[in-house]
Design a protein around this ligand. Structure first.
Ligand code: ADE
Length: 249
């Protein structure tokens, strides 16, 4: 899979993409990441990519021209690529969305900056708009890094232990279960016995129960999508009721 990132700050990406799993995936040819300076598509002498908003108001707006030319150029070179604009107004990025995107031949990622992007970019040159959360960053560069990271690790062969990404999709919308490693006992802080038992069926059950409980406590909004069995729902209810009794006397 290839990623084409269009930004006025390509140098921001050097650190995150030059270490660890992403670097190895690039070196192994599993993914390709190309950084493009938007200024190269600005036709004026000073390569200007932003301007004052029509109608007044604070800040600058990214011009339609350079982005339109960038999209036309990259789409022409890389057939089948989908164009995504990073913006806090976009569709929230989820594991499910990342999974879908990881099967594409390519993703062209537009990093917005300043107060916004000319509306004609959104309506004519993007296939989708993506947000990484309900908060505003100074630009789309850090969101683009998050997007590349989460999509790239789902591309086959990028994460060595394929089981870890398979498990994620099986557990769907559940949060991770608690993990422990040696020593089993650190200054009286103990590892749950079940994990030391060697009984794999029991460990698997414990982990799923813990995932369910953690999701119910921290992210109840996710739980309805998680596909719990009736038995699991009942068990969860019992545990939560017990907690309520303990908390409220
Ligand atoms: N640009 C600024 N904030 C953003 C966010 N939360 N998600 C995506 N792009 C952004």
């Amino acid at each position: 899979m290839r990623f084409d990132i269009v930004t006025i700050f390509p140098e921001m990406f050097n650190g995150p993409f030059s270490s660890s799993i992403i670097k190895r995936a690039v070196d192994d040819g599993k993914i390709e990441i190309s950084l493009h300076n938007l200024r190269q598509w600005a036709r004026d002498k000073h390569h200007v990519t932003d301007d004052y908003p029509f109608g007044g108001g604070p800040g600058m707006v990214m011009k339609v021209g350079p982005i339109a030319e960038a999209v036309d150029d990259l789409r022409g070179r890389f057939e089948g690529s989908v164009v995504a604009l990073m913006t806090p107004q976009g569709e929230p990025l989820t594991h499910g969305m990342a999974k879908t995107l990881s099967s594409l031949p390519g993703l062209i990622i537009l990093c917005g900056r300043y107060e916004g992007v000319d509306e004609r970019v959104r309506s004519n040159y993007c296939d989708m708009e993506i947000s990484i959360g309900d908060y505003v960053l100074t630009g789309g560069e850090i969101p683009a890094m998050a997007l590349v990271d989460t999509v790239a690790r789902l591309v086959p062969g990028v994460v060595g232990d394929i089981q870890s990404t398979v498990e994620e999709s099986h557990s769907g919308y559940l949060l991770e279960y608690p993990q422990y490693t040696r020593p089993a006992d650190y200054k009286e802080l103990k590892t749950p016995e079940v994990l030391l038992s060697g009984d794999h069926a029991k460990i698997e059950r414990w982990r799923r129960d813990q995932s369910i409980l953690r999701t119910a406590r921290r992210r109840p909004d996710l739980l309805e999508k998680a596909g719990l069995t009736d038995e699991e729902k009942q068990k969860l209810k019992q545990t939560m009721d017990k907690e309520d009794i303990r908390a409220n006397g």
